[in-house]
Ligand binder design. Structure first.
Ligand SMILES: *[C@@H]1O[C@H](CO)[C@@H](O)[C@H](O)[C@H]1NC(C)=O
Length: 224
């Protein structure tokens, strides 16, 4: 019996260590999942920090790309939001969104925000938007989110301007449609970043409005 003493001891230590490792990883997994308060989570948080991806994207962007996320408004209740490189450009919290079309201009090279503005497309003056769109400098990214009604004051000139930025849906944008879009001034071809939902009683998620839309992605920085 004396001979097997050492192997037994080693086996016991092995089992203890394996159990300890298993329990530790199980606990730290649980902490991330159910978000225990910090004081309970203890060292598990410090050792394995949860990596936060820019703008809360589902996966991070490669170097030399700009991370963005655009969310349209929900019915006429919750305003839209836009984020670029982890910076919130427009949101209800920032109190700079409005019914209609919300538009932000971003330098496609540096990612710097040039302007953001909302345009009332229900009772506003469409010529203000026409002027704004015509004055966009070359090389600018254009981020757009609808809220409540982007369509009533929509006209052919505005449709044409958005189409020239790579939009496929501006042509049919109408009353209470949902629309999120990222394009660029004088883009050749269609932008891959666009989503559109028609206001239709058969498919509407809310009474009177389609579901809100979320668009996220990585735009290559424009390098000259
Ligand atoms: C964007 O930023 C680059 C680099 O600073 C600058 O050269 C360019 O003029 C800017 N573009 C616009 C349209 O402001």
């Amino acid at each position: 019996m004396r001979v097997s003493g050492l192997p037994r001891l080693l086996a016991l230590i092995f089992v203890l260590i394996t159990t300890w490792i298993f329990v530790r990883s199980y606990i730290s997994f649980n902490m991330k999942t159910i978000r225990l308060p910090r004081w309970m989570a203890g060292s598990a948080y410090k050792e394995k920090p949860v990596v936060k991806i820019k703008c809360g994207l589902s996966k991070s962007c490669p170097a030399n790309f700009l991370a963005f996320k655009i969310t349209s408004g929900a019915a006429n209740v919750v305003g839209p939001s836009m984020c670029l490189e982890d910076q919130v450009i427009m949101s209800p919290v920032k109190n700079n969104v409005g019914r209609g079309l919300n538009i932000a201009l971003v330098n496609g090279t540096t990612g710097m925000i040039l302007r953001q503005k909302s345009f009332d497309m229900y009772s506003g003056d469409a010529s203000i938007l026409v002027k704004f769109l015509k004055e966009i400098p070359a090389g600018m990214l254009v981020l757009v989110a609808s809220y409540d009604d982007p369509g009533t004051k929509m006209n052919d000139e505005i449709r044409q301007l958005f189409s020239s930025m790579g939009s496929a849906y501006a042509k049919q944008l109408g009353f209470r449609d949902s629309w999120v879009f990222l394009g660029a001034r004088d883009l050749k071809g269609k932008s891959p970043f666009e989503q559109f939902l028609k206001n239709s009683p058969d498919t509407n998620k809310y009474e009177g409005w389609p579901e809100l839309l979320e668009l996220e992605g990585c735009v290559p920085r424009k390098v000259y």
